[in-house]
Design a protein around this ligand. Structure first.
Ligand SMILES: [Zn+2]
Length: 216
């Protein structure tokens, strides 16, 4: 299965994706992670990407496409993968289609997690992240067993600095203008599936699993 999980910031893409990765044993292809790794190795591509990231800009399509192309040629991404943070623009989506086409394959499904702006704001304000392992919680929908403590590793939970009202507003704006057009692109290909993200975490996940089971 080759899938992409989409949705506005705060809709729960990250948590839902990491559960799919665990349950289905498929590699996650995260451009953010790959750029950080490449940078830490001192690779040219990582250093170039970091110039954009440090300024808070989207990394250029050329660099982003190149790092994904390299990753798709690795053996573990042959049969299945879940894309995280890519593609973010229609140009990137077209480049991805070409890469997959060259390998004689294609995306099986794009899962779109729907949510209203009100709910997104509320979610971000209620979101807490583990300082140690990065696990995410929601004070209403996915509460930790003990207040302020991570269920997984016992680490301290904190609120991400970019989960402020202003920052969320800016991220939603970028999403609306650059990323939302992707929905039309994938809808035309007939591979877009939507789930209601305004439900409890487990219910959203159950809806995603239903889509994935129908595919396989
Ligand atoms: Zn933790």
């Amino acid at each position: 299965m080759k899938i992409l999980v989409m949705g506005p910031p705060g809709a729960g893409k990250g948590s839902q994706s990491s559960r799919i990765v665990d349950d289905y044993k498929m590699p996650s292809i995260s451009t953010g992670q790959m750029f950080r790794d490449a940078f830490n190795r001192g690779d040219e591509i990582g250093i170039e990407a970091m110039r954009f990231i440090k300024k808070g800009e989207l990394v250029s399509d050329d660099i982003t496409n190149e790092i994904v192309k390299r990753r798709l040629h690795e053996a573990d991404a042959e049969d299945s993968f879940i894309l995280d943070g890519y593609p973010r623009t229609v140009n990137q989506a077209k480049a991805l289609d070409e890469m997959l086409d060259d390998k004689g394959t294609k995306l099986d499904a794009v899962i779109n997690i729907l949510s209203s702006h009100d709910v997104l704001f509320e979610r971000m304000e209620q979101r807490r992240v583990c300082k140690q392992c990065g696990e995410t919680y929601h004070l209403r929908f996915k509460k930790p067993e003990v207040d302020g403590v991570c269920d997984v590793c016992g680490g301290e939970l904190y609120q991400r600095p970019d989960d402020t009202h202003e920052s969320v507003e800016r991220r939603l704006e970028i999403y609306e203008t650059k990323t939302k057009p992707l929905l039309d692109y994938y809808s035309e290909q007939g591979i877009l599936y939507s789930v209601n993200g305004m439900q409890p975490f487990d219910k959203v996940y159950a809806d995603i699993v239903e889509i994935l089971e129908d595919l396989s």
